[in-house]
Design a protein around this ligand. Structure first.
Ligand code: AMP
Length: 551
C-alpha cells in the first residue's frame, strides 16, 4: 500500500533556504584573501568579512542568476580553486542549488595535475581566489575547454593578468537576488571531488544531492559531530578537501555560526580566530592541531571556548589527544573517512557503558578511529575475502557500504565494488562494540617474517616522546625477515632526543619483534596535498638507507 506522505526531494538548496529563514541572523565570518585592513565598506573590517545566512542566501540567488546568464545548466561542472571563505560558500549553494555540479580543486596539487583534473571533469567555468591568480595563468593554456575564469573579488582587488578575467562582485551586482531554485531530482549530481591520486591519476567522486543531505544530517547527530544552533564551527579542513568534511552543509542544517579561516592556517592565526569568534567546534588533520598545540605551548595562550575538535584524514597521535584534553580542556574526537565516503565513515564517541571505565580503558577506546554512524556499514576481510572476527584483534582489509559511499568513480564504466562493498585500501580491526581501528594503508603495511606490523602504532609510540614532533614508520627490505620497520623522526624545534631514547619508548608497548630496528632523524617529513605523510616520497628519499651492520 502506498504511504500518504509528502515527497520532497533531499536537495542542497533546501539547506541554505532553511538557514536563511530560521537562522537568518546567524553569522558567517571569514578571514579574507584580500589584504587585511582594506577598507571595503561595512562588511570587511581588518581582513574579516561578516554577514549572515540571510545575506548568503540572497547573494547565492544573484550568483545562480549569473550562472544561468553564462549558459550554465543542469549537470555542468563549475570549478572552484579557493580557500574557506564566504564566496566559496556561496558557490557551493548557487552551483549545486541551480542543478550544476560544484567541483572543488585542490590548489596544493601540481599545476599539471590541476589542469588534468579540470580537463577530466570538463569544467566550463573556474572561480578562483586572487591568491591563485599566478597558478591560474599557468593552468589556463592547458585547459581549452574552460570558457571563463572568474576572480573571486571586486574590481579594486583584481590582479593584473594576461587572461580576460571576470570579476565575481560585478557578476553578482548585475543580477537580481530572487532565483527560482528548482526542485531537482535528489539523485542528480551536486558536487565533485577528486581523490589526491597517490597511485595513478586522481579519480572523481560525484556526490548526489541526496547523499550530501543524508551525510550532513548524520554529521549533526549527537554521537557523530553533535552540531547544533548553539555552536560556532570553524572548519580548518579545506573546502577543497571532501567539501570540508561536509561542514558547510551541516552548519546550515542546524543554523550554526560558521567561521572560515581563509588562507591563514598557522597555529597563531587559528588561535586568534578561535578566541575572537568564540568558536566551539573545529575540525582538521593532525598536522594542523600539532601546529596549534605548538603555538599554545610556546605562547602560553589558552582556549576559552573551543571544547570539541575533530581529528581525521590521518591517524591522530594519542599524545596529541592527551595534551589537548589535559592542558586545554578540549576533547579530541577521532574520525575516519575518505573522499569516496563524502567522507564520514566512523567517528569516536563513547557509549553509555564505557563512561564508567577507568581512565586508561576509556582512553584505549578513544584512540580508535571510531564506530560507523547509522547509514554506514563496515566489515573486515582476509586475503581470500573471508569476513574476519569483530574481536578488536584480527586485522584485515576494510570494506564499507552506505548511503554516502560511491558506487563507481566519475566517468568510469567499471565499478570498484566487491559484492556491493567498497574496498577502502585501509587495513583495520573492528571490535564487538563496532569501534574500528586503522592499522595501516594496505600498501604501507610492514611485513616482517610473514607477520604484519602496524606502522600507525609504531608512529604513535614514537610521538609519545615529548621531544618528537612527527614520526613515520616504513618497512625496509631485510635479507632474513623480508621487511623490518624503520622509524623516521622529526625532532621538535630546540629539543633533542637520541636514537636510543626513541627506541626505549617501545618495550612493553608492542611485541619485541615489532620494535623498529633503527631510527633516522630528518628535518621534515614529506606531506601529500591533503596533509597526510607521503610514504611513497619518504621511501624514495630513504632509498639509499641500509640497515646498520649489526641488524
Ligand atoms: P582522502 O580521500 O584524501 O580523505 O584519504 C582517505 C584516507 O585517509 C583513508 O583511506 C585513510 O587511509 C586515511 N585516513 C583518514 N582518516 C584517518 C584516520 N583517522 N586514521 C588513519 N587514517 C585515516
Amino acid at each position: 500500500m502506498q504511504a500518504r506522505m509528502m515527497q520532497q526531494p533531499l536537495i542542497v538548496s533546501s539547506l541554505l533556504a532553511h538557514a536563511a529563514r530560521y537562522h537568518g541572523d546567524a553569522e558567517i565570518v571569514s578571514r579574507t584573501v584580500e589584504e587585511p585592513g582594506a577598507d571595503d565598506g561595512v562588511a570587511i573590517v581588518d581582513g574579516v568579512h561578516r554577514y549572515t545566512y540571510a545575506d548568503a542566501h540572497r547573494r547565492a540567488g544573484r550568483l545562480a542568476n549569473a550562472l544561468s546568464q553564462m549558459g550554465i545548466g543542469a549537470g555542468d561542472r563549475v570549478a572552484t580553486l579557493a580557500w574557506n571563505g564566504y564566496r566559496h560558500f556561496e558557490l557551493y549553494y548557487a552551483v549545486s542549488g541551480m542543478g550544476a555540479v560544484t567541483h572543488t580543486l585542490n590548489p596544493r596539487l601540481f599545476p599539471e595535475q590541476i589542469a588534468w583534473i579540470i580537463n577530466d571533469a570538463q569544467d566550463r567555468i573556474v572561480f578562483f581566489d586572487i591568491s591563485f591568480a599566478g597558478l591560474i595563468e599557468q593552468i589556463a593554456p592547458h585547459c581549452a575547454g574552460v570558457e571563463r575564469w572568474v576572480a573571486m573579488t571586486d574590481r579594486r582587488h583584481l590582479p593584473q593578468s594576461a587572461l580576460p578575467l571576470h570579476v565575481y562582485e560585478e557578476l553578482l551586482a548585475a543580477e537580481p537576488e530572487d532565483f527560482a531554485w528548482p526542485a531537482l531530482d535528489e539523485n542528480s549530481a551536486a558536487a565533485l571531488c577528486y581523490t589526491s591520486g597517490t597511485t595513478g591519476n586522481p579519480k572523481g567522486a560525484l556526490y548526489s544531492h541526496r547523499s550530501t543531505l543524508l551525510h550532513a544530517w548524520s554529521a549533526c547527530l549527537p554521537d557523530t559531530m553533535n552540531l547544533s544552533g548553539r555552536d560556532a564551527i570553524l572548519p580548518v579542513v579545506p573546502m577543497f578537501h571532501v567539501n570540508a568534511w561536509g561542514l558547510p552543509y551541516a552548519a546550515a542544517l542546524v543554523g550554526a555560526k560558521l567561521v572560515f579561516p581563509g588562507p591563514a592556517l598557522d597555529g597563531k592565526s587559528l588561535h586568534e580566530l578561535f578566541e575572537a569568534e568564540r568558536v566551539t567546534f573545529t575540525a582538521g588533520v593532525p598536522t594542523v592541531w600539532l601546529s596549534v598545540l605548538q603555538h599554545l605551548q610556546t605562547s602560553g595562550a589558552t582556549l576559552s571556548t573551543v571544547r570539541r575538535m575533530i581529528v581525521g584524514g590521518a591517524a591522530c597521535p594519542p599524545a596529541l589527544m592527551q595534551a589537548f584534553a589535559r592542558d586545554y580542556g578540549v576533547a579530541i574526537q577521532h574520525a575516519w573517512g575518505m573522499t569516496e565516503l563524502s567522507p564520514l565513515g566512523a567517528i569516536n564517541t563513547l557509549k553509555q557503558k564505557q563512561l564508567d571505565l577507568d581512565e586508561d580503558a576509556r582512553f584505549a577506546v578513544s584512540v580508535k578511529q571510531g564506530r560507523p554512524p547509522f547509514g554506514i556499514d563496515l566489515k573486515i576481510v582476509g586475503a581470500e575475502g573471508d569476513e574476519l572476527a569483530r574481536d578488536g584483534r584480527a586485522a584485515g582489509d576494510l570494506l564499507v557500504r552506505g548511503h554516502w559511499v560511491i558506487d563507481r568513480y566519475f566517468g568510469a564504466g567499471d565499478s570498484p565494488l566487491v559484492d556491493g562493498w567498497f574496498p577502502t585500501g585501509d587495513v583495520a580491526t573492528l571490535d564487538a562494540d563496532g569501534f574500528m581501528q586503522i592499522t595501516d594503508r594496505s600498501k604501507d603495511v610492514i611485513k616482517s617474517g610473514g607477520e604484519w606490523i602496524s606502522s600507525i602504532e609504531l608512529e604513535n609510540i614514537a610521538m609519545g616522546h615529548p621531544a618528537v614532533a612527527e614520526a613515520a614508520a616504513i618497512g625496509i627490505r631485510h635479507p632474513k625477515w623480508d621487511e623490518r620497520p624503520l622509524i623516521v623522526v622529526v625532532r621538535k624545534p630546540g629539543r633533542d632526543v637520541s636514537r636510543d631514547e626513541v627506541l626505549a619508548q617501545y618495550p612493553g608497548k608492542v611485541a619485541k619483534w615489532c620494535i623498529p630496528d633503527d631510527v633516522v632523524f630528518v628535518d621534515a617529513l614529506p606531506h601529500t596535498a591533503t596533509g597526510k605523510i607521503s610514504k611513497l616520497q619518504l621511501r624514495e628519499q630513504l632509498s639509499a638507507y641500509r640497515w646498520p651492520v649489526a641488524a
